[in-house]
Design a protein around this ligand. Structure first.
Ligand code: NAD
Length: 459
């Protein structure tokens, strides 16, 4: 599952290519640091800035992970990451000290460095000045993400009103954003709204003992998700259409999982998945709604077949299956702390010519996730520390068969027009999904996380 680098990125990372690109002012995408089992969480020192509780909590968590933590930088230090804590800001004037401090160490950051801001939910206050300050951190973080170089990223953790950075979900988000698992996530925020979830016994195998259903697992992003969840310890149930049966068998056999040939638009799809999990594995802990299709046409040329097929596969099937899963949760097969993740798309956020049907379905996924989170926090499923969660991931430009079909010139623009100046890999989406379905993300629900290198183009 080694991540591949596109030809241009490989070229500009050779000495001669680097010189030519620099001389011509061409983009110089870096080879991103990606996760490998056994890898160090970060290579070098981590600087913690800020003077509220969160900074002390961050330092304690990082020390617990045996990292080299600094609170006061010296000019000769080199950092792999900076955690900038703004949890105590009450007015815009409070932003400057920590922010300028952060700016003063920018040139001391190594390759694939991480900047992580920590602040409280802007919507959690009625005070205009406090909300302005908190929201100001968002704007600053997004701009800094555009300014990061050499594969570096900047992201934020948004803490709910009474949530400490030492809460399990906040610790999980911190670790994901620090790690190479978040290589293609930049300019994004992970809200931690509850103190649900738990720290895994083993951070290398956070899904040990879980049974995970992945739809559309025969190829592309779905196959990468199946491989990544398996690497993290889960037993895989791969679902795909009968026509993809051979490819599906190839994927699940490699992962010692089981295959279920099924069109997810079938009215009994949810029930058949539950029955398969009951019979073959005795449980179902994780569902990843990955299967999706495009049928692109400008709206003036759109026909009912294209519109209806995209809506049926991309959103209506997910709604129908979730109804079955929620009804069954806590009653045998579907675990009480069920974790659901769904594939949205940056098309559903920014829109894309020729994709009214696809964007409607993917924006629909984001809405579905937000509303279902509230259902899952209710009785039966969720509601306590073992509660269920549902989140979405919105990939931007990812190097797959789907994007390989885009005409070359458009594809090249799509690749370069983001802060990391390259397309993402299927594994980048898979890493975000693996995090969101883990118990370490138990404090986050109803959220859509973009995996797009801070670009908005892509299928
Ligand atoms: P893909 O076309 O390579 O794979 C999709 C898989 O889903 C296939 O194996 C297909 O057989 C299966 N599938 C389709 N309809 C099905 C059905 N009715 N029942 C069961 N299985 C079905 O696509 P991909 O590029 O790997 O994309 C995976 C997901 O990510 C999709 O939801 C897609 O919309 C989303 N996405 C992809 C990109 C990208 O850049 N590739 C960007 C944003 C979002």
């Amino acid at each position: 599952m080694a991540a591949q680098t596109d030809t241009y990125t490989a070229l500009v990372n050779q000495p001669l290519g680097q010189k030519i690109a620099a001389a011509l002012g061409l983009p110089q995408p870096a080879v991103l640091r990606r996760y490998e089992p056994g890898q160090r969480l970060v290579e070098g020192s981590v600087l913690v800035l800020g003077d509220g509780h969160a900074a002390d909590e961050a330092a304690a968590v990082l020390l617990d992970w045996d990292l080299d933590v600094r609170r006061q930088p010296s000019p000769s230090d080199r950092f792999s990451a900076v955690i900038a804590c703004y949890d105590n800001v009450v007015a815009p004037g409070d932003l400057s000290a920590t922010t300028l401090h952060l700016g003063s160490v920018q040139r001391q950051l190594g390759p694939s460095a991480r900047v992580i801001t920590v602040f409280r939910d802007p919507a959690g206050t009625d005070r205009p000045a406090t909300r302005a300050a908190r929201q100001g951190v968002e704007g600053m973080t997004r701009s800094l993400a555009h300014e990061m170089r050499r594969g570096g990223t900047a992201n934020g953790i948004i803490l709910g009103q009474d949530i400490a950075l030492s809460a399990p979900g906040a610790v999980g988000a911190l670790r994901f954003l620090l790690s190479a698992r978040s290589a293609f996530v930049s300019g994004q925020f992970i809200p931690v709204g509850t103190d649900g979830g738990s720290r895994p016994a083993d951070w290398e195998r956070p899904l040990a003992g879980k049974v995970a259903v992945v739809t559309g697992a025969a190829r592309g992003i779905g196959a990468a998700i199946a491989e990544t969840l398996h690497r993290d310890g889960a037993t895989i149930v791969g679902v795909d259409v009968p026509a993809a049966g051979e490819a599906l068998a190839g994927v699940v056999n490699r992962l010692s999982g089981t295959a279920l040939q099924l069109d997810i638009t079938a009215p009994d799809a949810g029930r058949r998945i539950l029955a398969h999990c009951a019979e073959r594995h005795g449980r179902m802990d994780i569902v990843v709604h990955n299967a999706g299709i495009t049928r692109d046409k400008k709206l003036a040329n759109m026909d009912a077949a294209r519109w209806d097929a995209v809506m049926a596969v991309n959103i209506e099937s997910q709604l129908a299956m979730n109804r079955e899963f929620l009804a069954a949760s806590g009653q045998g097969v579907a675990s009480d702390g069920l974790r659901i993740a769904a594939l949205a798309s940056t098309s559903g956020i920014a829109g894309n010519a020729g994709q009214t049907n696809y964007a409607a379905s993917k924006a629909g996924v984001m809405g579905m996730v937000a509303a279902t989170a509230r259902l899952m926090a209710g009785v039966g499923i969720g509601g306590d520390e073992g509660g269920g969660t549902i989140n979405a991931v919105a990939p931007g430009f990812i190097e797959t068969e789907m994007t390989a079909r885009i005409p070359l010139a458009t594809r090249e623009v799509g690749r370069r027009l983001n802060s990391l100046q390259q397309g993402g890999q299927p594994v980048d989406v898979a890493e975000a999904i693996a995090f969101l379905v883990s118990d370490a993300a138990g404090g986050t629900s109803g959220h859509t996380l973009r995996v797009c290198g801070q670009g908005l183009m892509g299928a």
